[in-house]
Ligand binder design. Sequence first.
Ligand code: GYE
Length: 332
Amino acid sequence: MMRKIRLVAVFCLTALLCGCVTGTQPAVGPEEDKLIVVGFSQVGAESEWRVANTESIKSALSEENGYVLIFDDARQEQENQIRAIRSFIQQDVDYIVFSPKVETGWKTVLQEARDAGIPVIMIDRDVEVESKNLIRVYIGSDFHEEGKRAVRWLEEHLENLGRGDEPVRIVHLQGTIGSTPQIGRTRALEEAVERHPEWELVAQECGEFTRAKAYEVMTGILAKTKDIDVVYCENDGEALGAIDAMEEAGLRCHPEDGVIVISFDATRLALQYCLEGKIALDIECNPLQGPYVDDVIKRLERGEAIERQVVVEETQFDYLTTTQEMIDSRKY
Ligand code: GYE
């Protein structure tokens, strides 16, 4: 049984060392000599964002910080995630951390974790409402709010250009269909299109959160029309792929006299595009969730009350405010 692995050697050594200094005091308290075992099921490695997210979790849940981390990369397959979670349950880990590919289809396996008494911490993406009572806490972004911020910026930008009442032809590249970021970011755009009779969705297709798929999809869209004002991409990989396709087709991407490209994540490479004006706006989506997970677990270990949702801090960057210093200081 892996639960609460005892570090006997460390305990003895520390006891010995501290014993020399303090004499009669017990060297290590009963709670201080055990590592917390965490099983982490990551959805895949589809984007720069995802890679940064994985690194953040791995470095926060390190052995020096008191953890044993069992990592599993599901390579975008829900089946693999379910299998990994079952194996974590079998190994009787202390906590399960996971980022689900989509919101649906988790009820049975989450119930199994609940029956085994293992708290589940969701990161990045959430599960559908009916499974929410089976998870302890969700750490991530408010994706609908991210989308609303993008739309507000676009409204103001068009106003500033004096194009507030003109027709706006929008191409929408969506992320993995059914994932929380896709649902929230899509909803915000669709609500805005409803509000603005002059806005038209000329295409809405899935770019799977990858540069390659977005390039392919955008190339197909451009074969049908090049009359495009805005491309709303649900992550940076998609924005880069869409820009590749547009430039190849002879279109200029620029917020003032070209196609206005909107993106999410704010990775270093995409911000470089923002600095050049190829991306007009990049809404930050913070992948550095490791410290949040560590904090939540430590608080649960101390028996403290935890809120159901922990929203990570985020900002946004546009072509006018992004600087090289900001890009250089990015961690991802
Ligand atoms: O925006 C994208 C990644 O779930 C928030 O997934 C995450 C999204 C992120 O592949 O780059």
